[in-house]
Write a protein that binds this ligand. Structure first.
Ligand SMILES: NC(=O)c1ccc[n+]([C@@H]2O[C@H](COP(=O)([O-])OP(=O)(O)OC[C@H]3O[C@@H](n4cnc5c(N)ncnc54)[C@H](OP(=O)(O)O)[C@@H]3O)[C@@H](O)[C@H]2O)c1
Length: 378
């Protein structure tokens, strides 16, 4: 395994971390982890040098933390750092901080959580957490030894990311969504650099865009075939990240032993600057070729909002575009039905045309809403 410096913390992280959000499950039931198989995968990763496991309160319907508590008993716990996250959406009052952390320590069957994050911060949740005094609570939790390091994970735009970092000198690490397609999305490359420049370790989530970058459509496969060194699409996505010095650790949510073996092997070869100029240029070509497959020219400018009927137009267009671009209809169906509440779905459109008057790209939004609902609603 290769190890990398971890911000200002005096510890070396394995290049690859294990994200415990996509463990193998029975019959697609998120809470029914196939424990023997998942345990073999984790043990293989740890035996090959992975020293950072990432979980969270809600993963696998709340079963990821207790599963880790069981699987790490004995010699494995001391070989890894354990990261989990405060579910900010469960916090209504100050007393919830201790209640949730104590429950997580019990679930994980550990005395101390090595890396504790505020989960999925955005503008709204950050404001709420901050006003409830989360920062002084985190420092107390650290002084009492229940957590060791303080960080946050993030899903919002760069200015919010900057605001959160600037608000507190004590952040030690953060976790952002970043991959070769999402260079300008959410915190993006700007966020990576901003955090790294301030001495934070930066942990990467969704490096393979949650699995969308594997099994690419023909147009992308033919580009990868041009590469001087042949790699799988997953390996390209991971190496593109490891190539960058600001990246401290790449988390992958591996759901099969074959993923663990392949990603561990890739991590063993990883290094900053491994990709040649020619290879980086190829990744840029792949990004552009994916973007060219996008059917609807939506730029997510949000000028179409607010919709008088509450339709979440940009998010719906994005989910649909992604399912076409990555040739993954199943992800489109899952995203539409799981992430868009019924009152914000495309069938709420009453074809008033207000959004179309405001759309700078001239997109026939109401026609798309009808088509997308027909194709994705279940
Ligand atoms: N804090 C947050 O808000 C937040 C949000 C998202 C994620 N996370 C954390 O970050 C971790 C990483 O994100 P992610 O799970 O989205 O990572 P990812 O690596 O982008 O996606 C994981 C998926 O990629 C596919 N995959 C991985 N390795 C592969 C390989 N070698 N060959 C073929 N397919 C492969 C699998 O898809 P299939 O299962 O479809 O085969 C797997 O489920 C999560 O597990 C979680 O711990 C945190």
């Amino acid at each position: 395994m290769k190890y990398r410096s971890f911000g200002n913390i005096d510890w070396q992280a394995s290049a690859l971390g294990f994200g415990c959000m996509r463990l193998p499950t029975q019959d697609g039931e998120p809470g029914a982890i196939r424990e023997n198989e998942a345990a073999d995968m984790l043990h293989y990763a740890i035996d090959h040098g992975v020293n950072y496991l990432d979980t969270a309160y809600p993963y696998h319907d709340g079963q990821s933390e207790p599963f880790l508590g069981r699987v790490l008993q004995g010699k494995y716990r001391e070989k890894v750092k354990l990261a989990t996250k405060l579910p900010c959406w469960e916090v209504e009052e100050k007393g919830d901080f201790d209640r949730l952390l104590d429950e997580q320590l019990k679930r994980l069957d550990t005395e101390q959580i090595d890396f504790y994050l505020l989960h999925a911060l955005n503008k709204k949740s950050w404001k709420k957490m901050h006003s409830l005094g989360v920062l002084s609570w985190l420092e107390n939790a650290r002084s009492s030894g229940r957590i060791a390091h303080i960080g946050f994970s993030f899903h919002d735009e760069f200015p919010v990311f900057k605001e959160i970092i600037d608000a507190y000198q004590g952040w030690e690490f953060c976790q952002i969504q970043y991959n070769y397609m999402d260079v300008k999305y959410q915190a993006g490359k700007k966020g990576l650099q901003y955090a790294a420049d301030r001495g934070l370790a930066v942990v990467i989530m969704e490096p393979i865009r949650g699995g969308r970058l594997v099994d690419p459509p023909e147009a992308i496969q033919s580009l990868w075939k041009k590469a001087p060194i042949q790699r799988s699409p997953a390996a390209w996505a991971l190496h593109w990240l490891w190539n960058q010095p600001e990246v401290s650790l790449v988390l992958s949510g591996m759901s099969a032993m074959s993923h663990v073996r392949e990603n561990v092997a890739a991590a063993e070869r990883s290094q900053v600057g491994l990709l040649t100029q020619e290879e980086q240029e190829l990744v840029r070509e792949v990004r552009e070729a994916y973007q060219a497959l996008s059917l609807i020219p939506c730029t997510q400018c949000e000028y179409c909002l607010p919709c008088p009927n509450g339709v979440n137009i940009p998010r719906i267009l994005q989910i649909y575009n992604d399912s076409i671009m990555y040739d993954k209809p199943e992800y489109g169906i899952k995203g539409y039905n799981n992430w868009i509440p019924e009152e914000k779905r495309a069938d709420q459109c009453e074809v008033c045309g207000e959004c179309e008057e405001k759309c700078p790209q001239g997109i026939a939004i109401s026609e798309w809403m009808e088509k997308i609902h027909q194709e994705l609603a279940r």
